[in-house]
Design a protein around this ligand. Structure first.
Ligand SMILES: NC(=O)c1ccc[n+]([C@@H]2O[C@H](COP(=O)([O-])OP(=O)(O)OC[C@H]3O[C@@H](n4cnc5c(N)ncnc54)[C@H](OP(=O)(O)O)[C@@H]3O)[C@@H](O)[C@H]2O)c1
Length: 289
């Protein structure tokens, strides 16, 4: 049955991929955006645009009115739990029958990273809300590797503060595909899915896969978390983001991310994209001619 689906974070990485998947599927898509100028492309695609700000709950009423299903995504930041709480309140007021939420790998009150602990607050609020829910906990995005694309292209080296830790990283396109599936099929209520790729890989293995795809050797050069902190601060990144990255670097260096699940394949019936596929598709950014 066609539903009205509200997509938050609609101009961002994951949610724009969901919209691309669902456009033309027969469901009515509504996008919550802060800045309507950034939504022109979505409007051209036939998506209904509703303007609102997750930090201003009084702006959310019309976006959430009468929707069947809501996708809640907030960007990482100290106010993410407040943003998710406002979205959840608006979903309840609007009569939503299913909320699907973007959480993160390892989200727990005892997690070693601040971002994961903040995600746990929102997950707990959703579980206690009484609205049928599904929670997605995706692992480290393969697309984060683009932070190393320039140095690979220029020097054949990628610098990350990940030591020899392994991670079950996932292509963010698979997260969008998975979310689109969950938003439009039944049987996901009350479930939490941990989304990973099919292999847990060290940065040495990742560098080798990128090297194969671009036809030249790529070295992984481990740097210390302190050095990463300094260089991100020099680049002008704000303190919260620098700390977020360093939290994850320290945790993944200690192998906190060494996990794969079969949730993606079990639910969608297809294998997640491999690191080789990612490296092939984005080889141009890593200097493939
Ligand atoms: N990177 C990873 O490896 C990883 C792994 C697991 C989970 N995650 C989680 O993934 C999520 C981020 O997903 P993403 O990469 O798709 O995010 P993103 O590309 O940064 O997009 C964030 C979206 O939120 C919108 N937004 C920001 N503030 C808003 C507000 N006050 N009201 C309404 N909308 C607002 C932005 O709109 P504007 O265009 O107006 O800015 C944008 O559309 C975070 O929860 C993060 O913890 C990340």
């Amino acid at each position: 049955m066609p539903n009205t689906i509200l997509i938050t974070g609609a101009t961002g990485n994951i949610s724009s991929g969901i919209i691309a998947q669902l456009n033309g599927s027969g469901h009515s898509l509504r996008a919550l955006v802060r800045n309507p100028e950034k939504a022109e492309e979505l409007r051209r695609q036939g998506v209904e645009i509703s303007v609102g700000d997750l930090e201003k709950p009084w702006t959310l009423g019309s976006a959430f009115a009468g929707v069947d299903t809501v996708w809640i995504l907030a960007p990482p930041g100290p106010r993410a739990p407040e943003q998710c709480s406002n979205a959840l309140w608006a979903a309840k007021q609007g009569g939503a029958r299913h909320v699907v939420r973007m959480s993160a790998f390892g989200a727990a009150h005892t997690a070693p990273t601040i971002n994961s602990r903040l995600h746990a607050l929102s997950d707990a609020e959703l579980v206690g809300s009484g609205i049928p829910f599904t929670i997605l906990k995706p692992h480290f995005f393969m697309q984060n590797l683009m932070m190393g694309a320039q140095s690979v292209a220029q020097q054949g080296a990628m610098y990350f503060a990940l030591a020899d830790g392994k991670m079950g990283l996932i292509d963010s396109r698979d997260i969008s595909d998975f979310a689109a599936h969950v938003l439009t099929t039944t049987g996901h209520e009350g479930k939490t899915y941990i989304l990973t790729g099919s292999a847990s890989l060290s940065m040495h293995q990742i560098a080798a896969a990128i090297g194969n795809a671009i036809g030249k050797p790529v070295a992984y050069v481990p740097v210390s978390v302190d050095d990463a902190r300094q260089s991100m601060a020099q680049m002008g990144l704000d303190d919260w983001t620098v700390n977020l990255m360093c939290d994850y670097y320290a945790a993944y260096s200690a192998n906190w991310g060494d996990l794969v699940t079969d949730d993606f394949q079990r639910v969608t019936g297809k294998a997640p994209r491999s690191i080789e596929q990612f490296a092939k598709d984005f080889g141009g950014a890593f200097g493939n001619q």
